[in-house]
Design a protein around this ligand. Structure first.
Ligand code: ACO
Length: 401
């Protein structure tokens, strides 16, 4: 047994914070969260105002460039992004190496990481211009990469970007359009999708953003760093939660079965958790969940869809909010609780949900990465550990063991 006090006697001040629940890893001017009050601000602007009144391109500009753009700045930024939407033609060949039933997140990890093999003129991180070009490329190419992952999985030909459309409209066309057929972007869907992108754009030092920063702190190129973020986001406790939440709601199926699932979530011998509930930082309503709760009704109403899953979600929310267990542990619906219902109504299969999250979060990842790289005092991220293995001992030859 190791005597921890002896081992760490000479290390000076040493904090042990598993899961980094109370350790700030950096300074950042991008996003402020007050988890107790349920407040989320991007560079000072409340998330509900941004979601209701701005566009994803405006929020991307804000996160990257500190201030909201003027009309001319927004036009220039949108134009720049639209110039980078194409993927190197050889990358299409890359897709064909994957199995058809590959999870699109597996494809995303590979394709985004491979961008560094194609865009050598934006991998020198010491050059601010190259950093900005890489950022624009990543934001611009993610919809193309995501749509191609989807098209590949359903066996349809890829669609090239149509840069006359909005960022979100172009993505919807590349995903749901068919070659040689006109595709009309539905403004209701476009607006709901844009809102979902805004709500997922950045969220402080969550696991995937911390991963991007940690990877970037070693000087790795931005494409490799974002691929690392995508890998981290894939997990069911993070970006995979909206897929898991919708699967759970479908499994519950009808409001009468809710008490059974509530009981399971409370049972300490059952690993089951209510997906889409609880958050490391929010100990109150996730403000993004509020926006999406409203949007879910709007989208389903406008599309004329009556989905029992939405009824189950609303009922589950009400029952959980009145339950002592959830109140005591401050477990409220998070952003993932309603997003799946909307995405499903729009027509996305559940496997695409995390892909859409990655697409939107790319904006936050690149903004955070730029913020870190521009900091002259930036250090390589290198957490310590509490060693719990054996104390020093002598090697024993294999025939003596
Ligand atoms: N259902 C039931 N009980 C829960 C839930 C839940 N969804 N979430 C937390 N709890 C309980 C835990 O069992 C634990 O109970 P205990 O104190 O008796 O041991 C207590 O609440 C605290 O839980 P932790 O896991 O320690 O809280 P943490 O802050 O580390 O976890 C997390 C946050 C991972 C999001 C968690 O709430 C969870 O697993 N939720 C479900 C998955 C989910 O929705 N993830 C999406 C997060 S948002 C995002 O990534 C965009």
């Amino acid at each position: 047994v190791v005597d921890i006090r002896k081992l760490y006697a000479n290390t000076g001040m040493f904090t042990y914070d598993p899961g980094f629940t109370s350790t700030a890893s950096c300074e950042s001017g991008l996003t402020y969260i007050d988890g107790d009050a349920g407040v989320l601000l991007h560079r000072g602007y409340p998330i509900d105002q941004l979601a209701e009144q701005s566009s994803f391109m405006e929020v991307a500009y804000l996160l990257l460039n500190h201030e909201l753009p003027s009309k001319a700045e927004l036009e220039k930024f949108t134009y720049t992004i639209s110039r980078h939407t194409m993927l190197h033609e050889q990358l299409a060949t890359f897709y064909r190496g994957f199995r058809r039933d590959a999870h699109p997140m597996a494809i995303m990890c590979g394709v985004v990481g491979a961008l560094s093999a194609f865009y050598h003129d934006s991998t020198d991180i010491s050059d601010p211009h190259q950093r900005m070009v890489a950022s624009h490329r990543l934001i611009a190419k993610m919809p193309t990469i995501a749509a191609m992952a989807y098209k590949y999985s359903i066996g349809q030909p890829f669609l090239y970007p149509d840069n006359s459309l909005s960022y979100t409209g172009n993505f919807l066309r590349m995903t749901f359009g068919v070659p040689a057929e006109a595709y009309e972007v539905d403004p209701v869907i476009e607006s709901a999708m844009d809102k979902i992108f805004i709500l997922h754009a950045d969220h402080e030092q969550n696991a995937s953003t911390s991963t991007v920063r940690l990877a970037g702190s070693s000087g790795a190129n931005p494409f490799a760093c974002i691929a690392a973020g995508i890998a981290c986001l894939w997990g069911p406790a993070h970006g995979g939660a909206n897929e898991a939440a919708l699967n759970m709601l479908r499994e519950i199926g009808r409001p009468e079965r809710i008490p059974e699932y509530i009981a399971r979530a409370k049972d300490k011998n059952d690993p089951f958790r209510l997906m889409g509930f609880g958050h490391r930082v929010y100990k109150n309503f996730d403000p993004r969940a509020k926006v999406l709760s409203k949007a879910a009704t709007e989208v389903l109403d406008k599309l004329g869809i009556s989905d029992p899953v939405l009824d189950t979600a609303r009922e589950l929310e009400q029952i959980a909010l009145k339950d002592d267990y959830f109140a005591e542990k401050k477990l409220y619906p998070n952003v993932d609780f309603y997003s799946g219902v909307i995405l499903s109504a729009i027509g996305f299969p559940t496997t695409m949900f995390t892909v859409l999250f990655a697409l939107a979060r790319t904006v936050g990842w690149v903004a955070q990465w730029n913020e870190m790289i521009s900091d002259p005092d930036q250090k390589i991220g290198r957490p310590r550990q509490l060693y719990t293995g054996p104390t020093q001992r002598d090697y024993v030859a294999v025939d003596k063991r």
